[in-house]
Design a protein around this ligand. Sequence first.
Ligand code: TNX
Length: 512
Amino acid sequence: MTRGRGPAWSGQAGSTVGSVPIVPAPVSAEWREDEAFALSAGVRVLLDGPTGATPVAARFAEVLGAAAGLEIPVTAVEDDAPGLVVLRLPADAVELGLHRVGPARLEAESYRIDVGPDRILVTAGGVEGLLHAAASLGQLVTTGADGVPVVPAVLVEDAPRFAWRGLSVDVARHFFGPAVLRQVIDVMAQLKLTVLHLHLTDDQGWRLEVPSRPLLTERSGSTAVDGDPGGWYSVADFAELTDYARERGVVLVPEIDLPGHVNAALHAYGELTPSGRPAQEFTGIDVGFSRLDAALASTAPFLQDVLADVAAMTDGPYVHLGGDEVLTMDAAEHRALVGLAATQVRAAGKTVVGWQEVAGAELGPGAVLQFWDEREDTARVVAAVQAGAGLLLSPARRVYLDMKYDPSTPLGLEWAGTTELRDAYSWDPLAVIPEVPAESVVGIEATVWTETLRTADDLFSMLLPRLAAVAEVAWSAPERLDWDGFAERVPALARRWNVAGVAWHRAADVEW
Ligand code: TNX
């Protein structure tokens, strides 16, 4: 067996968590005084758990194999020969997906990795934990003395702080096709993120085929900001994307933004406007001008059709109703339309998510409020949380990854300020709205709005490396959050992004 060498961090038994190159930082990680585990021919994965978890074991083998440039088979035979990776799971652990936020989910996501020269033993609370273990091992693979890929001997114990660790991508201002979203999902899985929220509709375009309302994509699918090319996901595309995400531990949350940000819908269906005539298409970037109309007879059936179809297309528990920035509607009408839509989402068997503006509407049990605008008074959000809503944190100054890094960044906006990597890292989630108790915070979600982002490189150069910082704030216990340690660990990730062919920004304060 070969000893793990190469980067300065490897092979130093007993050193602290900061030197084990895993992002997000695990609960504990310690090098052991032992030889590394060689990833060479003969390595195989054995599932010691329910057969329902077999597909996850196969995924595990694929992730580890990809990091080592190796095909790793899954075997059913346990023997004492070196090179065995044992995956141990409780007997009832087969479910994948964000079916619950809360302590049970955190337990399912927990894992432990014990690497010795002959064996790797992975123990996980559920299949989610196995995927996280694969992500950690993938980050630990390095090159041994004789050029063979190895995992240095290490003991890792880990579990997340928050269950909802998300990213919202605006595919409405500019469209990003399934291939780009698969790359996004790959990066998310590497960072142990669990929720991909898709902002599917806005003034500039409608990006999801809705079978009961085909004109939405036929008329408004191909428009985008500045007259750039649009596009949309067919029902089949969305199903494939859902599967791809689920296999990697990521659940999709579709957002149909209403009752504002609806110009694309008004352009497709004239019956939604008071004049009965379709709205002009819109390719600018102003917000707040478009609206549904509670007084029109066509509005409720439209919402009913769209939300029932979208709910049927999603395997996750949530549908996001948007609700933000309606500047042309009084509070009563806003509340009525959001309440109506929430009723329809619940009738379709899903739980409601909305931007903070929906606080005060009737949302139903388990609803989640997504807080983004720190300029606004938080009293209504606090009241809604006290009445039982969960709080999802997306404070714009920290996690709006469409904000420029610094004033010279060519892409992005600046309305919430500039957000350096260090700003995305150095904040306390529980201090965002101090009146909200920790147990009401379901998690953290980064967003990337795409008014100025046209290409995959544009998108990834804004996401990375800041998404890694947000992932660590969402996963790691407060006592593990340490900027210097993060700045030391993140360059290794960037090398993996290079291999994956995704762009990233050489953020200040890190020695890349
Ligand atoms: C605010 S966040 C918006 C979006 C913009 C974004 C740009 C939110 C709920 N609304 O419509 O795209 O700022 O940063």
